[in-house]
Write a protein that binds this ligand. Structure first.
Ligand SMILES: [Cu+2]
Length: 118
């Protein structure tokens, strides 16, 4: 009897865990687009997330092909959107790293690249 009850509970628990995971702020899309190539170095990078962000604890770091930081430091947050201004960093592969705190108080982070020039 007990065994039957337990087996019935497992799918319910899995459902709850999965539902919670999708509530965090994950990257929805970005401009320049993830993995894409653009002709000229962009003036800023903008990321869109699946949930609203807390501005105080959300950051973006962007480095150019030489590994130098080209972001202006302070990211601007508006709802689900976060942007940072860039200095010109030449051609090559840029790395974007983000770390955000969503309004449900969960932290998430990730990174991606895009290419400039050629
Ligand atoms: Cu969450």
């Amino acid at each position: 009897m007990r065994r039957t009850t337990f087996v019935g509970l497992v799918p319910l628990l899995l459902l709850l865990v999965t539902g919670e995971a999708t509530a965090h702020a994950f990257l929805d899309h970005a401009e320049p687009r993830v993995g894409n190539k653009v002709d000229a170095a962009p003036r800023e990078v903008t990321l869109w997330f699946t949930q609203k962000l807390e501005p105080a604890f959300s950051t973006i770091t962007v480095t150019n092909a030489a590994g130098q930081r080209v972001d202006a430091g302070k990211a601007r947050v508006s709802g689900t959107q976060m942007s940072v201004s860039l200095r010109s960093g030449g051609a090559g592969t840029y790395h974007v790293s983000w770390r955000v705190l969503s309004v449900d108080a969960h932290k998430t982070e990730g990174s991606f690249t895009f290419k400039v020039g050629q």
